[in-house]
Ligand binder design. Structure first.
Ligand code: GRF
Length: 221
């Protein structure tokens, strides 16, 4: 039997993406070991989820550390202790330092609730609604030194409607996050991801349909 990829999931909050990763793992669609969940927030609901599924969890409070580098050093130490090969950021609200990137080069993934490079940073869904875009979505990408700037692995597009609020759009996007994050991790686990510069290629993946999406629809026009 082939060795399973060891992943570590970093969280700060609710952890619904963590839950989706756990569920895909349990249903056999995701072939990884979830070795450890690390939270910088002791009250994160994600910690309850990991306990319920008997996944080791570690709280590393950022306020206990002098600076970001010190905090990241501790996180790296724990990830190495658990032999983590891929780091999965799942609503982790801390900026990653260069030392962390260096310890896991092209081995840190993040999910962002917008179609990058549009709306990087915080409040992405609110900014999409305010801007008046007709489509938004979510993006799984590798982490580099910028904020939400790394090579894009997979994106999912959702429509934005006239009566959408930040909450309704966030809910539509979150459903898709729960689908594409496990998919991206499984691509990685299967060794199908190749990165050249900014470009990510997924080996042996089909083309999406050739037709365009319109919002509002063209309706016979
Ligand atoms: C998600 O919207 C994700 O895109 C963003 O933070 C949120 C985390 O949600 N990075 P959860 O903790 O996985 O429920």
């Amino acid at each position: 039997m082939e060795k399973r990829l060891n992943i570590g999931v970093l969280v700060s909050g609710s952890g619904s993406n963590l839950q989706s990763i756990i569920d895909h793992r349990e249903s056999g669609l995701l072939d990884v070991n979830i070795r450890v969940v690390i939270s910088n927030n002791p009250d994160a609901y994600a910690l309850e989820r990991s306990k319920k599924h008997e996944i080791p969890s570690v709280v590393i409070r950022h306020s206990d550390f002098r600076d970001r580098e010190d905090f990241d050093r501790k996180v790296i130490e724990v990830l190495k202790d658990y032999a983590v090969e891929l780091v999965v950021l799942s609503g982790f609200m801390r900026v990653i330092t260069p030392a962390f990137l260096h310890a896991f080069p092209m081995k840190i993934m993040n999910i962002h609730p917008a179609l990058l490079p549009a709306f990087p940073g915080v409040h992405a869904q609110q900014r999409a609604v305010e801007y008046g875009v007709k489509f938004s979505g979510c993006t799984v990408h590798f982490v580099d030194e910028g904020v939400d700037t790394g090579p894009i692995i997979i994106q999912s597009v959702v429509p934005v409607y006239d009566d959408d609020t930040e909450e309704s759009l966030a809910a539509r996007i979150l459903k898709e996050e729960h689908r594409i994050y496990p998919r991206a991790i499984q691509f990685y686990a299967e060794g199908r991801i190749g990165v050249t510069g900014r470009k990510v290629r997924i080996r042996d993946s089909d083309r999406t349909c050739e037709s365009a999406l319109h919002n509002p629809p063209l309706a016979g026009f």
